[in-house]
Design a protein around this ligand. Structure first.
Ligand code: FES
Ligand SMILES: [Fe+2]
Length: 379
């Protein structure tokens, strides 16, 4: 799992006037809104006696620990210690890590890492259809949800980028009689990569068979990934101009579970009465993928790029592997083995404030694998 990237922590609509507990990268966080409705995210462990802040409450724009009611503001600074009285000075170390937050497409995105705020990577720009919808356009209809994989995030994201499996794994997407994948050209784009592929159509099931009829050309699919999330966009031009887009941001809950936050858009069957059918279709696709990736061995993508045999249809997932290696070379990979070997130690992912001022924190930072050269990281 990697630090110094953006992850989806919660649905915006689910963060109201109570603190929300979230687990990402094996660490616990509390997400809450201040008096102005702005969302914030703090490390969940109270630095007094380890209370879980998400079990407290939001009071005057701060999070109040449930145990002795110390209060932490949006920047993570302790602003009240009731048992010392209102006049008491607050110790400098009385603070928890606070992470940058942005809301986009109805999701609360949190930057987990210690890069200076000026160096944060961008959120995604590859969903203009949803931006248009938020501005009032009605030609696309969107449904959303989540799906939990019992699989490592690298395996799950690679599955989203896998060009060869739809023919065999998805009964509604791929035609198993025409499984050949033509050589694909991949272009680097926006903290990730982009490609297109074309495939023979397959008979649609249920409602969609009414509109996505078989008198249609080969189906062009556009595929793109972005480091933030990490996220995948898949657009299938089913029967032009009818098209479907699935965006998924894959949050590693821990090193063996991955939560997909997904939005599906379609520019046909756009009335609300079809939403349940649309949702069911997406969840069927995720379930079909889960049946495979939840059982892959080993659980994690092997550390060496040459351990598994790569062929040309795997080019997109290979591009993703190479991007991960770049992050690892910078020293941004969590050393999950070293962390698991510790006995009951609470740590925190370092925030930008900690990055600029590493002293005077109560919790130690999580353990990271050391930075190394890119070629060494790839071996
Ligand atoms: S544990 Fe949080 S105030 Fe004591
Ligand atoms: Fe799939």
């Amino acid at each position: 799992m990697l630090i110094n990237t953006w992850y989806v922590a919660a649905q915006s609509a689910s963060v109201t006037d109570a603190p929300v507990g979230v687990t990402m990268l094996g660490q616990d966080f509390v997400v809450f809104r201040d008096k102005d409705g702005k969302a914030h995210c703090l490390s969940d462990t109270c630095i007094h006696r380890g209370g879980s802040l998400c079990r407290g409450k939001v009071a005057e724009g701060t999070v109040q620990s449930p145990y002795h009611r110390w209060r932490f503001d949006a920047a993570g600074a302790c602003v009240a210690i009731p048992s010392l009285g209102p006049e008491a000075a607050i110790p400098k170390r009385a603070r928890v890590d606070s992470y940058p937050v942005q809301e986009q497409w109805g999701w609360v995105w949190v930057f987990l890492g210690d890069l200076p705020e000026a160096q944060l990577p961008p959120l995604l720009s590859f969903f203009p259809e949803y931006a248009a919808f938020e501005a009032g356009a009605t030609d696309w209809r969107f449904v959303r949800g989540t799906y939990m994989f019992d699989a490592a995030w690298t395996r799950v994201v690679e599955n989203g980028l896998d060009n060869a499996h739809p023919f065999f794994v998805h009964k509604d997407f791929g035609n198993p009689d025409h499984p050949r994948v033509d050589t694909v050209d991949i272009e680097p784009r926006d903290f990730g990569s982009y490609m297109t592929r074309t495939q023979k159509p397959v008979d649609k099931n249920g409602l969609w068979a009414e509109k996505i009829t078989n008198d249609r050309p080969d189906v062009k699919t556009e595929l793109q990934f972005h480091a933030s999330g990490p996220s995948v966009r898949i657009q299938m031009h089913l029967r032009p101009p009818m098209s479907q887009i699935i965006i998924s941001a894959y949050t590693p809950i821990n090193d063996k579970q991955t939560l997909s936050w997904w939005i599906q858009g379609h520019n046909f069957f756009t009335e609300e009465k079809y939403d349940a059918d649309s949702r069911k279709r997406v969840l069927t696709v995720f379930q079909e993928d889960g049946n495979i990736v939840n059982h892959i061995k080993p659980v994690h993508v092997p550390p060496s790029l040459s351990t598994e045999l790569t062929i040309h249809p795997d080019a997109m997932s290979f591009a993703f592997r190479k991007m991960i290696k770049e992050y690892e070379a910078r020293g941004w990979r969590i050393d999950t083995k070293a962390m698991a070997a510790e006995d009951e130690v609470a740590r925190a992912i370092p925030s930008p404030t900690r990055g600029a001022d590493p002293k005077n924190w109560v919790l130690n930072p999580i353990i990271l694998k050391p930075a190394r050269s890119l070629s060494a990281a790839a071996e």
